[in-house]
Design a protein around this ligand. Structure first.
Ligand code: SF4
Ligand code: SF4
Length: 274
C-alpha cells in the first residue's frame, strides 16, 4: 500500500506535489509553523452529484468536505509517521498555502476567469486539499506521487461565465454575488434581498460555473460526477423545506453550518416571500 493507493481507494485521482518554496503563502501564521524544505501534495476532492431541483449550490447539498478531509488527512498523517517517522499535516480551505495557485502549479487544472480552478474531468466542482510533509522527492516517488512545479495555465477567456451571472458581476463588481450574499451574516440590504429572491437560491450559486464550456463538456462526457463515496451519501435533493426540517445534528454535517441557522432561515424566508 502506498500513499497514492490510499488516495485512489478514496476516489481521489488527481494529486501531485511541489516543493513548499514554490507555493504562495495563504495563512502566514500556519505557514510559519511548517518545517522548512518540505513538499506539499495537492489533491482534488470532486463533489458534483446530479441534483437538479435543489435550492442549494452543489457544494452545499453534499456533506461537508472538511469532514471528509479531516478523516482522510488523519489516515495519511498516521501512514507517513508510521512508515517514515516523518512530519505530515493535511489542510483544506483554512490553509498555510494558496490552494488554487498550488494546484495549478501541480497542473491539476487551469485557472478560470470566474476565479476557480478548472480540472479536466470535474471542471470547477472540486475542493482542494494538500498534505504538507517532510518526505523526500525519492520517497514521494516511491509512494506514487509525482513532483514538479509547472507554469500556471489559464482558461480561454470566452467570458460566458461573466455573461451568465444573474447579479451582473460582469464588470468585476462582486458586491451582489449571490454566493457571497447568501452566506453573509445579519440583515441584507434591499438590493441584496432582491438578488437572493430573484436567484431562488438559499445557499451559494453555481451559475457561472455551470455555464462554463468546461463544465458543459464534463457533464456531456459524464466525467463531472464525483467518484468519492462520502459525497454521494446524505445529499440534500429536496427544496428549502428539506433544509428547514434537518435536525441540529444533521445540519452540522453540511458546510452551511459554519453559520448560525438564522442565516439560512433568513434566505428561506426571502425566497418564500416571492
Ligand atoms: S456565483 Fe453566481 S452571482 Fe456570484 S459571480 Fe458566479 S454567477 Fe455571479
Ligand atoms: S466560461 Fe469561459 S471565461 Fe469563464 S471560466 Fe469558463 S472558459 Fe473561462
Amino acid at each position: 500500500m502506498t500513499l497514492s493507493d490510499i488516495l485512489k481507494e478514496k476516489g481521489i485521482e488527481d494529486f501531485s506535489a511541489i516543493p513548499l518554496e514554490h507555493c504562495l503563502v495563504g495563512n502566514r501564521r500556519l505557514y510559519d509553523s511548517l518545517p522548512r524544505g518540505c513538499y506539499a501534495v495537492f489533491m482534488l476532492f470532486p463533489y458534483y452529484v446530479e441534483n437538479k431541483n435543489c435550492r442549494l449550490a452543489a457544494f452545499a447539498a453534499v456533506p461537508d468536505y472538511h469532514l471528509f478531509a479531516k478523516e482522510l488527512f488523519s489516515e495519511l498523517e498516521e501512514y507517513v509517521k508510521n512508515k517514515y517517522g516523518a512530519f505530515a499535516r493535511g489542510f483544506t480551505d483554512h490553509s498555510p498555502l494558496n490552494e488554487r495557485d498550488g494546484a495549478a502549479k501541480c497542473s491539476l487544472g487551469i485557472i478560470g476567469r470566474h476565479g476557480l480552478l478548472i480540472s479536466r474531468k470535474y471542471s470547477s466542482f472540486v475542493c482542494i486539499g494538500e498534505l504538507v510533509c517532510t518526505l523526500t522527492e525519492a520517497q514521494l516517488g516511491a509512494e506514487g506521487i509525482t513532483v514538479g512545479c509547472n507554469d500556471i495555465a489559464y482558461c480561454e477567456d470566452c467570458r460566458i461565465c461573466i455573461a451568465s451571472c444573474p447579479a451582473g458581476c460582469a464588470d468585476g463588481d462582486k458586491s451582489l454575488c449571490i454566493s457571497a450574499i447568501t452566506q453573509k451574516k445579519g440583515e441584507l440590504t434591499d438590493p441584496e434581498t432582491d438578488a437572493v429572491r430573484r436567484s431562488g437560491s438559499i445557499w451559494g450559486c453555481d451559475r457561472c460555473q455551470l455555464s462554463c464550456p468546461h463544465t458543459q463538456n464534463a457533464i456531456k462526457n459524464g466525467t463531472i460526477y464525483t467518484p468519492i463515496q462520502f459525497f454521494k451519501e446524505n445529499v440534500i435533493t429536496g427544496d428549502e423545506n428539506d433544509v428547514e426540517s434537518l435536525s441540529d445534528e444533521e445540519y452540522k454535517k453540511y458546510t452551511f453550518s459554519y453559520r448560525k441557522r438564522n442565516v439560512m432561515q433568513r434566505n428561506i424566508d426571502i425566497i418564500r416571500r416571492k
